[in-house]
Design a protein around this ligand. Structure first.
Ligand code: FES
Length: 99
């Protein structure tokens, strides 16, 4: 099922030199697919979609929660240095928000 109400935006921006630091260069494209599977596994009505730079490049890969099209960099709605180890925290957050 698709939802426009709840989204996870995964930064997949890629940069090339002289400063190649970017989420895309930190494996975020694989992360996007893995996170889609994780959200489905938990039957959460959340779209997991790629997005461009969130201006937090040094801390990537970055994932942002967006509700009703509203983005916020505050209040625990952004996860930095996301890996599969971050998934339990993200899933827990989503379950609380979607109650
Ligand atoms: S490249 Fe992902 S936040 Fe800038």
């Amino acid at each position: 099922m698709s939802s426009e109400k709840y989204q996870l935006h995964v930064c997949t921006q890629m940069r090339q030199g002289p400063n190649p630091v970017s989420c895309g260069n930190s494996g975020s494209k694989d992360l996007l697919e893995e996170l889609k599977v994780e959200v489905l596994k938990h039957h959460l009505d959340v779209d997991v979609i790629p997005t461009k730079c969130l201006l937090l490049c040094e801390h990537g890969p970055n994932v942002q929660f967006v509700q009703d099209g509203k983005k916020s960099l505050m209040g625990g709605n952004v996860w930095n240095r996301v890996s599969k180890d971050s998934f339990p925290e993200i899933i827990k957050f989503l379950k609380n928000r979607l109650k």
